[in-house]
Design a protein around this ligand. Structure first.
Ligand code: B1M
Length: 209
């Protein structure tokens, strides 16, 4: 008999049509964020490794990302079911920085923050420093969250933090993304480094309550 497919295999193989079903099966036995951490992230890490090694190419990278998005639709619905209620704390401005189109991680952070009752103003991906400053000013957000996934876009992150500081806005900044570290985040002037979505929630609790 054929071995049973896992979400990990499906993401690696880019078999989009199976993703939602497998995510549902996993959600029957574990928490939504555990599916992200234990199944999806290891698979994407492997996809990233194979891409870097020239064993996978951009079309496959894209198909794997789309497969994750299918799974995430189901995970998001599950997270929303278990919402803590109390909408409207914040708001928190969220963006992937200029030059960077990776938004899977940011979108996870968004859903989890909303789940904890925070209002999120999601500016999307590839967002300029000026646009982040404008949104933070208009919304009087106490917290701005920035995501960057590439060594080539951490300068945009730093530029955005500098622009927020120069605008003298009363907001704190939390940053995340696989290329960052606590030390690097602090050097860039961020108030908080979030390794994962729950760390972003802890920062929000500290700043907003
Ligand atoms: Co790209 N990519 N990619 N990619 N991609 C990486 C990042 C890379 C490391 C792969 C590799 O080569 N090993 C590499 C960057 C290398 C570097 O740093 N210099 C890379 C590259 C090179 C590229 C392109 C340049 C490829 C090309 O075009 N030749 C291109 C970039 C285009 C651009 O941005 N201008 C590109 C494109 C893409 C796709 C479009 C195909 C797709 C993205 C789809 C999408 O996001 N909609 C993609 C993907 C999927 C990846 C990998 C495989 C997976 C990223 C991911 O979604 N991880 C990635 C390799 C890897 O990371 N292992 C890679 C899962 C996600 C849940 O994790 O985003 O880390 P992550 O988020 C986590 C935490 O970091 C944290 O919480 C999340 C949940 O735990 N977090 C925050 C993140 N943001 C946070 C913000 C917070 C708090 C926590 O507060 C605000």
């Amino acid at each position: 008999a054929a071995a049973k497919d896992t979400l990990y295999d499906i993401v690696l193989q880019g078999r989009k049509e199976r993703a939602a079903d497998l995510a549902r099966e996993l959600l029957a036995v574990k928490a939504p964020l555990d599916v992200v951490q234990q199944d999806i992230m290891p698979a994407l890490d492997e996809v990233g490794r194979q891409y870097e090694a020239g064993k996978l190419f951009l079309p496959e990278l894209l198909t794997s990302a789309e497969t994750v998005q299918q799974a995430f639709t189901v995970i998001k619905a599950k997270l929303e079911e278990s919402g803590q209620g109390g909408e409207g704390k914040g708001p928190i401005v969220l963006a992937t920085v200029e030059g960077d189109i990776h938004d899977i991680g940011k979108n996870i952070v968004k859903v989890v923050l909303q789940n904890y009752g925070y209002e999120v103003i999601d500016l999307g991906k590839d967002v300029s420093a000026a646009r982040v400053v404008e949104a933070a000013r208009d919304s009087q957000a106490p917290l701005v969250g920035l995501s960057a996934l590439m060594t080539t876009t951490t300068p945009s992150m730093e530029k955005t933090i500098t622009a927020l500081q120069a605008a003298h806005l009363p907001c704190k900044v939390v940053v995340g993304g696989a290329v960052l570290t606590e030390t690097f985040a602090r050097q860039m002037g961020a108030d908080f480094y979030a390794r994962d979505a729950m760390a972003a929630v802890r920062a929000a609790k500290e700043v907003i309550g």
